[in-house]
Design a protein around this ligand. Structure first.
Ligand SMILES: NC(=O)c1ccc[n+]([C@@H]2O[C@H](COP(=O)([O-])OP(=O)(O)OC[C@H]3O[C@@H](n4cnc5c(N)ncnc54)[C@H](O)[C@@H]3O)[C@@H](O)[C@H]2O)c1
Ligand SMILES: O=C(O)C(=O)C[C@@H](O)[C@H](O)[C@H](O)COP(=O)(O)O
Ligand SMILES: [Zn+2]
Length: 358
């Protein structure tokens, strides 16, 4: 098994990211992640039938409970968060408990937020099973739930103790969700690594065919970028905002659709193209790079234009509740072309609205 091992370095608080096929088949390594007596495995109804038994078997010596939630973004709510709290209370979880997130970004964000809050913070382990979770959400400690008013509005920074990504779990992931993960992979090339972007262009077919070597390279490269940025700016005071490229638009779309329309990765794909077009409109980036970005996303079967039926004014209103906004003024991640993004305060609404109405 080819194993990629990385670290997120946060001074004395550092944690490993392990990426490889078959990691869930190593019971000792899984058991070592749970240090106290209590463990709560949070997962969802699509993931549990495939992978929960293996995790349960590995943790058999522990006081163990599993909470299987209904899948989907519409479940990343305060109500489900309360269910996780209730499960921890019912099992008598003490401060040395571990919350294990087995699933995609929805499970990871929700379980992580629960771990951040239970008794003011307990140990948390990420076992990501979607491409998106492996390349992005399992790393970096952003945890949250959505409100009807906006994405991830209630949350906390709470770093996992370890991330263990068994890439064999991607074998059961549906095509649409797989493509959604590729959007966040493309993001790293777009904001920080033009060479990686070109590699993605050259290897798009291999990635869509889920070639194991291509996938491992894409996941490890993405995690290396994310780990580096998080290490330099854990709580998003500056550089980390670049990871939000496409997200001010994307989150507005997801919220406006009631979390039942585009998937997060799909909304980010549209958002990145809108941000790139706005950058080109403002003379900050070459149009040719915007075309390359859209073309690559399309090769990954991702949408690159706003879904029909959304009002530009309504989307603009949603964008004002973005967490990067300052004193109610929208702050956007724009780019200067492939591999170079920047935080831009005070982009006039009069420049943004036409992009939302085009
Ligand atoms: N915390 C962060 O830094 C961060 C980063 C990016 C995205 N996110 C969040 O992540 C979420 C999106 O994550 P996602 O794309 O993983 O969505 P998801 O968790 O909803 O998973 C997608 C779908 O795939 C199913 N699934 C998961 N693993 C599977 C497997 N191995 N086999 C078969 N089916 C499987 C799930 O049940 C779900 O239906 C959003 O809420 C987004 O806001 C957070
Ligand atoms: O890790 C980060 O920082 C990111 O922004 C990664 C994003 O891909 C992710 O969607 C994140 O959840 C967005 O965070 P938010 O603070 O904009 O809600
Ligand atoms: Zn994202």
């Amino acid at each position: 098994m080819t194993l990629h091992e990385l670290e997120v370095e946060l001074g004395p608080r550092r944690y490993p990211i392990r990426i490889g096929r078959g990691l869930l088949d190593q019971p000792e390594a899984l058991a070592a992640l749970v240090t106290g007596r209590h463990a709560l495995v949070v997962t969802d109804g699509n993931v549990a039938p495939h992978y929960l038994a293996r995790v349960q078997a590995a943790l058999a010596g522990k006081t163990l409970q599993a909470l299987v939630l209904p899948p989907g973004e519409q479940e990343k709510t305060l109500a489900r968060f309360t269910e996780v709290m209730a499960a921890l209370a019912a099992m008598g979880a003490s401060r040395d408990a571990t919350v294990v997130a087995l699933g995609g970004g929805v499970v990871g964000d929700l379980a992580g937020f629960a771990a951040a809050c239970w008794m003011r913070g307990v140990r948390f382990v990420q076992l990501p099973t979607t491409l998106l979770a492996m390349v992005d959400s399992s790393v970096g400690g952003k945890t949250a739930v959505d409100l009807p008013q906006g994405k991830n509005l209630v949350g906390a920074f709470h770093q996992p103790a370890a991330v263990l990504a068994d890439t064999a779990t991607l074998d059961t992931l549906r095509e649409r969700e797989f493509s959604a993960g590729l959007a966040e992979v493309v993001k790293y090339g777009a904001i920080a690594d033009a060479e990686f972007f070109a590699w993605l262009e050259d290897n798009a077919e291999a990635l869509m065919a889920r070639n194991p070597d291509a996938l491992a390279h894409a996941i490890a490269t993405s995690c290396r970028h994310k780990a580096g940025i998080v290490a330099r700016d854990e709580t998003e005071q500056g550089e980390r905002m670049l990871l939000n490229f496409g997200h001010t638009f994307g989150h507005a779309i997801e919220t406006e659709q009631g979390y039942g329309g585009l998937l997060h990765g799909e909304a980010v794909a549209v958002g990145m193209v809108l941000a790139a077009r706005l950058s080109a409109d403002l003379g900050r980036a070459p149009w040719s790079d915007t075309a390359r970005l859209a073309a690559l996303l399309e090769r990954f079967d991702l949408p690159v234009a706003l879904p029909a039926g959304l009002s530009g004014e309504a989307l603009l209103g949603r964008m004002k509740l973005d967490k990067k906004a300052v004193s109610g003024r929208i702050r956007l991640i724009l780019w200067a072309g492939l591999g170079r993004a920047e935080v831009v305060p005070d982009v006039p609404e009069s420049e943004i609205l036409p992009i939302l109405e085009a």
